[in-house]
Design a protein around this ligand. Structure first.
Ligand code: GLC
Length: 472
């Protein structure tokens, strides 16, 4: 079986969030099970020089973007045994940041179409193209409308994964003919609720729809979580399922991670204390072994639960504890944490930005990891935290509900609260604080966390089962 994994980002070439982790890890895990999987992604100008140096130029073609044809250079790279196709077009991809440009719809319509156009040139005809999020949502539409009558394409199936239903690719109707290149008769595919909605079109045209946890697959059928798409999903729920993500346990390994201050493992966790002391120093906090350090590594946006944190943060700080925060996002939360770090310099350390190296220092150096999301399709940080022996506090939603079990229950591995309520979260913080005071119990929890297996092993198997269903 041959899979072509189409993603707008993939570790280590370009990353802005969890999708890159998944696109970096799942293909490797599939290959280990003898399922061919290659990745196709844009060649952004931010792709690191040392990775570019390894790329091989295959050829250049032109790709239709509505009534124009645009240059597309096809480059091939190999990383960790996986073949990557990086698609070059300076006009679209020589930009600061991966997304957020005025012409994102056109940039990713180009990419979605290029994914199909390159197939005759790469000597790899996939059985399945696995698309992800709104950026590759047009691939199933183009396949359905323009390519499936061509014998080379006629057996290709599409699996479409929703990593976050909040970002659907919504635009004005004026895009339909000039940017997306769809005829009048096809415009119903992309129209939804008064605008163009790319994710809606992909849901309609794909053979299977997956999302990144079983709980989220149920949640997005309800109005509270679906950001308007529940009615469409309801119609297509026969092809919807949820498969929880794993984490790359080689990339995230406290025993070998070069970013942590001192390596440690389940067999010898003593290095964790060193990481805590060094993290406190790094964040200009007093080096006190006895106080629990709460870590936050996140985009600082509403759906990650920061309105709850903001609401009770100063109550939380009345206790003898420290909080270390790394993230960027909404101005409201960035300024809030900045102000808190100035007001409570002995208790709060804040760094603004997306800094993978510091993120790992926090995973390793914190005792408790706070992730009170309002919605969380899967969430990787809670699993990475566990891998580094840091105990998560989560709200019971999406993938958090599927990966974290409250310590009061059988096989418990963290602290879970149910309702999106600041004081319910605070109560759970006190529960964790109390437990931290019981040294023996806490050591047990940390040791247990360090030995949990959240690798891709199980989930890759589930994807293979799904792929088989699709091609048979
Ligand atoms: C998105 C989701 C996150 C998920 C990730 C990878 O970033 O918000 O919950 O873990 O995609 O699937």
């Amino acid at each position: 079986m041959k899979i072509l994994y189409a993603s707008s980002e993939a570790y280590p070439f370009a990353m802005s969030g969890g999708l890159a982790d998944v696109a970096g890890a799942l293909p490797k895990a599939l290959r280990r099970r003898f399922v061919g999987c290659r990745v196709v992604m844009p060649l952004y100008s931010s792709v690191p020089e040392e990775l570019r140096a390894e790329m091989k130029f295959i050829t250049s073609i032109t790709v239709p973007v509505a009534w124009r044809r645009q240059y597309c250079g096809i480059f091939e790279a190999r990383y960790d045994g996986v073949v990557y196709y990086l698609l070059d077009n300076l006009y679209y991809f020589k930009r600061d940041g991966l997304y957020g440009h005025y012409d994102d719809a056109e940039r990713f319509a180009f990419f979605s179409r290029a994914v199909l156009e390159i197939i005759p040139y790469i000597d790899y005809t996939p059985d399945i193209i696995h698309c992800n999020d709104w950026q590759t949502a047009m691939t199933p539409v183009y396949l359905d409308r323009f390519y499936k009558y061509n014998p080379l394409y006629k057996n290709i199936k599409i699996v479409y994964t929703i990593h976050n239903i909040q970002y659907q690719g919504k635009y004005g109707y004026e895009l339909i003919s000039d940017v997306l290149g769809l005829d009048e008769k096809d415009k119903g595919l992309v129209e939804y609720d008064g605008c163009v909605n790319l994710m809606k079109a992909a849901i309609q045209c794909s053979d299977k729809i997956t999302t990144v946890s079983p709980t989220y697959a149920k949640e997005i059928l309800t109005p509270y979580y679906s950001h308007g798409l529940n009615c469409i999903l309801e119609n297509f729920k026969f092809k919807l399922c949820g498969i929880v993500n794993g984490i790359d346990t080689v990339v995230y390994d406290p025993e070998t991670d070069p970013a942590v201050f001192k390596n440690y493992s389940a067999a010898d966790p003593s290095g964790k204390a060193v990481n805590k002391a060094e993290l406190q120093k790094y964040m200009n906090l007093p080096q006190r072994a006895e106080v629990p350090v709460f870590g936050i590594v996140s985009r600082l946006v509403g759906h990650k639960g920061f309105d709850l944190v903001k609401c009770v943060f100063e109550d939380m700080l009345k206790a003898d504890l420290q909080v270390v925060i790394l993230g960027s996002g909404d101005w409201e939360f960035e300024t809030f944490f900045y102000e808190m770090s100035k007001k409570y310099p002995d208790k709060v350390g804040f760094k603004l930005g997306f800094i993978p190296d510091l993120a790992r220092k926090i995973y390793a150096g914190a005792d408790i990891f706070l992730m009170p999301s309002k919605s969380e399709p899967c969430g990787l940080a809670q699993m990475i935290a566990l891998r580094y022996g840091t105990i998560p506090i989560v709200r019971k939603t999406g993938g958090l509900a599927d990966t974290i079990i409250d310590i009061e229950k059988e096989n418990g591995n963290g602290f879970v609260f149910e309702n999106y309520n600041a004081h319910e979260m605070l109560e759970t913080i006190w529960r964790a604080f109390g437990k931290y005071g019981d040294k023996a119990a806490w050591t047990n929890m940390v040791e247990n966390a360090l030995s949990i297996d959240n690798s891709w092993n199980v989930s890759a198997g589930e994807y293979i089962k799904l792929y088989k269903e699709v091609v048979l």
